[in-house]
Design a protein around this ligand. Structure first.
Ligand SMILES: Cc1cc2nc3c(=O)[nH]c(=O)nc-3n(C[C@H](O)[C@H](O)[C@H](O)COP(=O)(O)OP(=O)(O)OC[C@H]3O[C@@H](n4cnc5c(N)ncnc54)[C@H](O)[C@@H]3O)c2cc1C
Length: 463
């Protein structure tokens, strides 16, 4: 088994293949853990942990907390970004070392270099060892491609790593941006805009759509927009950034409505491109779609026999959890073990803003577009006793149920820790539980999860 790529798709696949008795070689060009661990999920969520600490501390005045007799105000908190980023990079390296240790312990052979397909059963590795210019050729019974994706860059806004940044470059900053312009209001743009604003930066979010988080639940996006407005985070909606120009210590972004925004830094969050060029896909008959993502089926098979692909290079859901699952599924399938095909309709995901937005399963647009017949309920969080105790005003629990069977089809939770709360809804979707079954399971009183059960209870019908 030869695995090209060291992110969750690759390393989780490697561990499963080893467990099933295969001889496994993993080719790593980016550092074990991949973008997920080194530049994307792990560092961004660690940065957000600091942002959350500030948000909570700043909100404590409402709960009666006093510092020297007066309630804390946001302005009193500031961060030492160099310390924050040092902590992030230490954590990232430790995480990467931990994964490497598990791979070593399992007996996975790791080769550092760039892998590519020489044919459908041979992988060539250009090693990182410059003393040895020879490529290594490895025969393979089965190949797993898990090469991930990278930030899309615009030629008119080329990142310089100092003031015009990709999301991979923010951890080099030693001082908090005075005014950060975030271009792109998808998940990554919204998370960084929210996070840096909480850390103390002035933030302008440039959104090309009339709503932030395009494609996500519009009620959830509306809550986030209201929170942004209340907190003074500027959103420039319905406008596209045409270029970003650096002038010494400032950056000016020109928008397509003819106006400009000037800040100290700009973060470009305008999507990802798959790492699928120059890896010899054509030598092995592996096809891609017109955007370069590798075509795969639900057990991660590509168009070539014995070649599988997992993770962001396939464009399927583009989450670390899904990459890992696709990698495992590929190996179960390749090695003849029992396998359940990937079910995208049961994937849960979270946007780590404040409040968090977590979703699973079928959504409002599926209902409106007739993907399934059913109904939904939306329960505001402010009716929840625990939320009142903590002073949480923003958010809701929304559930979707199928008509007739009353099976839970999906849900949206907008709440603090929605990433944790969504799990009960995910279990319901995955196990095809009815709203009554979800309602009947005990929840702790008082708890935010009580709102999930309450929403399900309100969907009970006597018919
Ligand atoms: C800012 C940000 C935050 C995110 N946060 C979350 C989150 O909170 N939760 C979540 O589930 N998902 C999150 N994601 C998505 C998640 O990071 C990706 O879905 C995940 O990294 C995909 O894993 P992968 O294994 O496909 O690829 P990657 O993690 O990208 O790893 C691929 C690796 O393969 C290496 N490689 C590439 N080509 C070759 C080659 N030819 N030979 C050898 N090695 C090669 C690359 O250098 C890289 O190290 C986030 C994404 C971003 C951008």
């Amino acid at each position: 088994m030869v695995i090209i790529g060291d992110g969750p798709g690759g390393y989780e696949g490697a561990l499963v293949a080893k467990q099933l008795g295969a001889d496994v070689t993993l080719i790593s060009s980016g550092g074990i853990g991949g973008s997920a661990v080194l530049t994307d999920c792990v560092p961004s969520k660690t940065l957000i942990a600091t942002a959350e600490a500030i948000d909570e501390a700043a909100a404590s005045g409402y709960l009666g907390v006093r510092i020297d007799g007066h309630p804390a105000s946001k302005a009193e908190f500031n961060v030492d970004l160099a310390t924050v980023n040092t902590r992030i990079m230490e954590l990232v390296r430790a995480q990467s070392r931990g994964i490497r240790a598990s791979l070593d312990e399992a007996g996975v052979r790791i080769i550092e270099g760039r892998g590519s397909l020489a044919s459908d059963d041979t992988v060539t590795v250009t090693t990182n060892n410059h003393a040895n210019d020879d490529d290594i050729t490895i025969p393979a019974d089965t190949i797993l491609i898990a090469t991930g994706a990278r930030p899309r860059v615009l030629p008119e806004a080329m990142p310089d790593g100092e003031r015009i940044l990709t999301w991979e470059q923010v951890y080099n900053l030693t001082e908090l941006p005075e005014h950060l312009i975030v271009v792109g209001s998808g998940v990554t743009g919204a998370e960084f805009a929210n996070g840096f604003h909480a850390l103390g930066s002035e933030v302008t979010l440039v959104s090309s759509r009339d709503q932030v988080l395009p494609g996500e639940d519009s009620d959830a996006a509306r809550v986030l927009e209201e929170v942004f407005e209340r907190r003074g985070l500027h959103v420039r909606g319905n406008t596209r950034a045409l270029k970003a120009e650096r002038h010494d210590t400032t950056v000016t972004v020109t928008l397509n409505d003819g106006t400009t925004v000037t800040g100290s830094h700009v973060l470009m969050a305008v999507g990802s491109l798959p790492n699928t060029e120059d890896i010899g896909l054509e030598n092995a008959g592996v096809t891609t779609d017109d955007r370069g993502f590798i075509n795969v089926d639900r057990v991660s098979r590509t168009s070539a026999r014995h070649i599988y692909a997992a993770g962001d290079c396939t464009g399927v859901n583009m989450l670390a959890s899904v990459a890992a699952m696709q990698g495992r599924i590929a190996m179960y399938h390749a090695l003849g073990d029992a396998v359940s095909p990937l079910d995208s309709s049961a994937v849960s995901s979270t946007i780590f803003t404040e409040p968090e937005i977590a979703t699973v399963g079928l959504q409002q647009h599926d209902l409106e577009e007739g993907e399934f017949r059913g109904e939904h309920i939306m329960l505001p969080l402010k009716t929840n006793a625990r939320a009142k105790m903590h002073g949480h005003r923003d958010g809701f629990v929304k559930l979707f149920a199928r008509k007739g069977s009353r099976i839970v089809a999906g849900g949206v939770i907008v709440a603090p820790n929605a990433s944790e709360l969504i799990h009960s809804v995910t279990l319901a979707v995955d196990n095809r539980l009815t709203v009554d079954q979800l309602a009947q399971a005990f929840t702790v009183y008082p708890s935010l999860s009580g709102s999930v059960a309450e929403a399900a209870r309100r969907m009970h019908t006597t018919q």
